[in-house]
Design a protein around this ligand. Structure first.
Ligand code: PEP
Ligand code: MN
Length: 362
């Protein structure tokens, strides 16, 4: 399947406004006044889509679960009176029907819904025959197939205007992020479906407003098309996600600081210099692979030796020493020690596999 959005809604917004598209607005619509005040403050900024959650999926019951259907009318006012396009999250067929009735411009499927194919299919069925663009957030768990599956269900319902939103993945360990970015997953999605518009949500990835700028810059450096940033007139008083929202003024500062880089080199001299560097990188990679081949040949020899002497393959002390010394050598050479440790874990697995093969050869 091709998510070819060339003629579509997101592509024409990109053509009109350039990168990044900016989608902003509060995590939740709380009151009509808060919605109107936020939207008015965003009007002078270059914002293409006003977001606000009406039905809020909350991890624990008892927290603010959104104002419900009445918030749709507030979004309707933003659209009619301020001329901003509006978007909200839908999680059930009823949400879709109500949002379509209120002529919400764009819908999005949240991370907790994307994980559930039944729920996504129910939404897709309710979307049949509609002409509304739909954005699909990644599932909370790092499962690319589930994300693609949700996009396909929406697409198969006749919605060709689809976009993906990367909002990070939850993990059991505490990290500096609320949801780990794991950039390789959205990059794989982009590689598979090149026409797909890719948005990043730095608010939900970071969980803290200080992280919004660095995550947004990273998203632009990686070639993502747009940003969805939670914006509230008084973030600390927000009824949901207070720590990760910024004021419209802070959003303006963040947007002004962002460096938008070119997709490609546009000058022959630059292309030439990049080409020379690429050739040198190719040569360096040949050396790395040749060194690995040499290493694996030696590993095979030591495997033979262990076999002759009936010694087991795994020698833990030796491996501990390898991890330690290689990390030290890396630091001395100015290479990130954590990266070398990860690399040696892979090398270890392969070395064990090779030796086990030698051991069990007749
Ligand atoms: C949101 O955008 O407010 C939201 C609930 O996001 P997510 O589905 O990414 O948690
Ligand atoms: Mn939120």
């Amino acid at each position: 399947m091709e998510f070819d959005s060339k003629q579509g809604f997101f592509e024409s917004m990109l053509q009109e406004h350039g990168r990044p598209l900016v989608f902003a607005g509060p995590c939740s619509a709380e009151t009509e006044a808060q919605v109107m005040q936020t939207a008015e403050a965003l009007l002078p900024l270059n914002v293409q889509l006003f977001r606000a959650g009406i039905w809020k999926p909350r991890t624990r019951p008892g927290s603010f679960e959104g104002v419900g259907s009445k918030g749709l009318a507030w979004l309707g006012r933003v659209k009619r009176e301020l001329g901003l396009r509006v978007t909200t999250e839908v999680a059930t067929a009823r949400h879709v029907e109500e949002a379509l009735r209120q002529e919400i411009d764009v819908l999005w499927i949240g991370a907790r819904t994307t994980v559930n194919p039944f729920a996504v299919q129910e939404i897709a069925d309710a979307l049949q025959g509609a002409r509304v663009p739909v954005m699909v957030k990644n599932p909370v768990n790092p499962d690319l197939a589930l994300w693609i599956g949700a996009l396909e269900r929406v697409y198969n319902a006749g919605i060709t205007d689809v976009a993906a939103i990367h909002r990070g993945f939850s993990s059991y360990q505490k990290t500096k992020y609320r949801n780990m970015p794991l950039w390789q997953i959205p990059i794989e999605l982009k590689a598979e479906f090149q026409g797909l518009t890719m948005i990043v949500d730095p608010s939900h990835i970071g969980g803290k407003r200080e992280l919004i700028f660095p995550i947004s810059q990273k998203a632009l450096d990686l070639g993502f098309d747009g940003l969805m940033i939670e914006t509230h007139p008084t973030p600390d008083l927000a009824l949901s996600d207070a720590a990760q929202q910024v004021t419209p003024a802070a959003l303006e500062t963040i947007l002004a600081k962002l460096q938008v880089r070119k997709v490609n080199y546009d000058d022959a001299e630059l292309v030439n210099r990049a080409e020379k560097l690429r050739l040198q990188i190719d040569a360096a990679d040949h050396h790395i692979i040749a060194a690995l081949a040499r290493r694996m040949a030696l590993v095979e020899q030591i495997g033979e030796y262990k076999k002759q002497n009936n010694v087991q393959v795994l020698q833990l002390e030796r491996w501990k020493e390898i991890f330690k010394t290689r990390a030290e050598w890396a630091t001395e050479a100015g290479v990130n020690a954590a990266f070398i440790e990860e690399l040696y874990k892979l090398i270890h697995v392969e070395s064990i596999r090779k030796q086990t093969q030698v051991m069990n050869k007749e």
